[in-house]
Write a protein that binds this ligand. Structure first.
Ligand code: PA5
Length: 435
C-alpha cells in the first residue's frame, strides 16, 4: 500500500481539523463509487484495471512486438491526456535518457503532436533520417489540431518511405470506437486500431491503450501494471482515514481552505518530471474550475532546490509540498575515499549516494516545515511496473475524491475550449469566422 504521511502538515492545523472532514470525504468517495455526482458519464477509468490480459491487451502486445522488431524509432502522436501518461511511465521506469543506445529490437520512442514548435518538428525529422519507424496516432476526439498536423506530416513521410501498403502496416490509431476524424481515417486507410472507451476522459486514460501501447513498445510489462492497478482498486476502497486516498484528498483540501493555494508535487528522481506533468494535468484540469482549485506545480529535487528553493523557504506562505518517495534501487553507488581530499568529501567516503539523498530529503523537509510549508509524504515503495499501475490508480482515485470535496465536476474541462475557439478564428477555420 502507498503510505501517506501527514505528520509534517501541522502548524496552524490540528488533527481534529482533519477528522472534522470525515463526513465530507466519505460522501465524496461514495458519490464517486456510486456514480451519482457531476460528470458521472466519465467514470469508465474505474473499469480499466484487469487481472488477466484482455483480448485488446493481447493485440497490443502483438502490435508492440511487431513495432519492436521492425522499427528503430516509434513516434507517438498525441497531446494532453493522449500522451502525458505513457511518457510519464516510460521516463519514470526507464529514466529520462531512455532512448540512448536503443534501436531495432528495442526502439527509441519519441513524442510528436504535443505542440506547434517548428524547431521540435525539425529535430524529429533529423532523428528519423535513415531510420525505420512506425507511428501511433492517439486522439480521442480525432480532431485536435496539434496531433492532426503531426499525423498528416508523418503519414506522408511513411508513405514516401514505404509506399501505401508499407505505411499502412506501420500506422496504429488509438481513438474513439465510432466517432471522429481519426476513426474515419483509420477505417478508410485500414490501420490497426485500439479503443479509448467513450466514458474515459483523456487525463484518466493512461491505463487504456493510450498508455498501454507505447509502454508495451518500451518493454514495460503492461500485464503487471494492470494487476497493480487492479489491486489498488481493492486496496483503496476502505472508507476511513486508514485509507491513504482519504488522507491525501482530505489533507490537501484542508490545507487549501487554510490558504495553501499551491501544491508542489515533487520527488528526488529526475525520471519523475513527466509523472509530475501527468499529475499536473490530472489535478489541474479536474479541479481548476468555478474560480476554485489548488494550483498544481511540480519540482525535481535536489536540482530545483537550487532554483525554487529560496521561494519555497521564504516566499509567500501559500504553498504545500507533496513529496513522493521511492525505495532505494538495488544497485547502490558508494562514494570512494581520495587521499588528497581536495574536495573535502572524505567525510562521506564509504557512504552511498542514496544515504546522502536521504539526508538531503530529511534536512530539506525540516527546513521547509520550519519555514511554514506543510509537507505531505507519499511513500510509494519499490519502483516496479506493477507498482506504477497502483500509483496511477491511487492518484486518479484521490483526484476524483478530492475534486468532489472541492465541489467541482472532476471530469469535464470546459475552459480548455476557449483558446481553441480564438486560435481557429485567427486561422480562418471554416465555422469559426469572426462575427
Ligand atoms: O484530458 C483531456 O481531455 C485533454 O487533455 C485531451 O486529452 C487532449 O486535449 C487531447 O484530446 P484528444 O485525445 O481528443 O486529441
Amino acid at each position: 500500500m502507498i503510505k501517506v504521511d501527514i505528520s509534517n502538515v501541522w502548524g496552524d492545523l490540528s488533527l481534529p481539523d482533519l477528522l472534522a472532514l470525515e463526513k465530507e470525504v466519505f460522501a465524496a468517495h461514495k458519490t464517486l463509487d456510486e456514480g451519482t455526482g457531476a460528470g458521472n458519464d466519465f467514470l469508465g477509468w474505474q473499469n480499466l484495471p484487469v487481472n488477466e490480459p484482455t483480448e485488446e491487451m493481447l493485440r497490443i502486445q502483438k502490435a508492440a512486438e511487431q513495432i519492436r522488431a521492425d522499427s528503430d524509432v516509434f513516434v507517438v502522436i498525441g497531446i494532453g491526456g493522449s500522451y502525458l501518461g505513457p511518457r510519464a511511465a516510460i521516463e519514470l521506469l526507464q529514466g529520462p535518457n531512455h532512448n540512448i543506445g536503443k534501436g531495432k529490437g528495442n526502439p527509441q520512442i519519441y513524442f510528436a503532436g504535443n505542440g506547434l514548435s517548428t524547431r521540435h518538428w525539425n529535430e524529429l525529422c533529423r532523428l528519423l533520417e535513415g531510420k525505420d519507424f512506425s507511428i501511433a496516432i492517439i486522439s480521442k476526439s480525432g480532431t485536435t489540431t496539434e496531433p492532426a498536423i503531426a499525423t498528416r506530416a508523418l503519414r506522408w513521410m511513411l508513405e514516401r518511405k514505404y509506399g501505401t501498403e508499407g505505411a499502412k502496416k506501420r500506422t496504429y490509431a488509438i481513438t474513439d470506437p465510432a466517432k471522429g476524424a481519426l476513426r474515419q481515417m483509420a477505417t478508410e486507410e485500414g490501420w490497426e486500431t485500439f479503443v479509448i472507451p467513450p466514458d474515459v476522459g483523456g487525463r484518466f486514460s493512461v491505463l487504456s491503450p493510450v498508455g498501454l501501447l507505447p509502454m508495451a513498445v518500451a518493454g514495460i510489462d503492461i500485464v503487471a501494471m494492470m494487476q497493480g492497478a487492479c489491486e489498488a482498486k481493492k486496496t483503496y476502497d476502505i472508507r476511513s482515514f486508514e485509507n491513504p486516498v482519504w488522507l491525501y484528498a482530505a489533507t490537501r483540501n484542508l490545507l487549501y481552505r487554510h490558504g495553501k493555494k499551491i501544491e508542489l508535487f515533487e520527488s528526488y528522481e529526475p525520471g519523475f518530471k513527466m509523472l509530475g506533468g501527468w499529475w499536473q494535468q490530472l489535478f489541474g484540469e479536474s479541479e481548476g474550475k468555478d474560480g476554485k482549485g489548488i494550483f498544481p506545480a511540480t519540482a525535481e529535487l535536489t536540482a530545483d532546490l537550487h532554483s525554487l528553493g529560496q521561494m519555497i523557504q521564504e516566499g509567500e506562505r501559500n504553498m504545500f509540498e507533496t513529496m513522493v518517495r521511492f525505495a532505494p534501487p538495488e544497485k547502490q553507488y558508494v562514494i570512494g575515499p581520495d587521499f588528497k581530499n581536495l574536495d573535502g568529501l572524505n567525510y562521506l567516503a564509504g557512504k552511498t549516494l542514496d544515504f546522502v539523498d536521504e539526508k538531503a530529503y530529511l534536512g530539506t523537509m525540516a527546513a521547509h516545515v520550519d519555514g511554514g510549508v506543510p509537507v505531505i509524504t507519499m511513500d510509494v515503495g519499490e519502483l516496479t511496473d506493477k507498482k506504477l499501475g497502483e500509483l496511477f490508480y491511487f492518484l486518479e482515485l484521490s483526484c476524483g475524491v478530492s475534486a468532489y470535496m472541492l465541489g467541482v465536476n472532476p471530469f469535464n474541462q470546459p475552459g480548455v475550449e476557449m483558446y481553441k475557439r480564438n486560435m481557429f478564428q485567427l486561422l480562418g477555420k471554416p465555422g469559426y469566422e469572426a462575427k
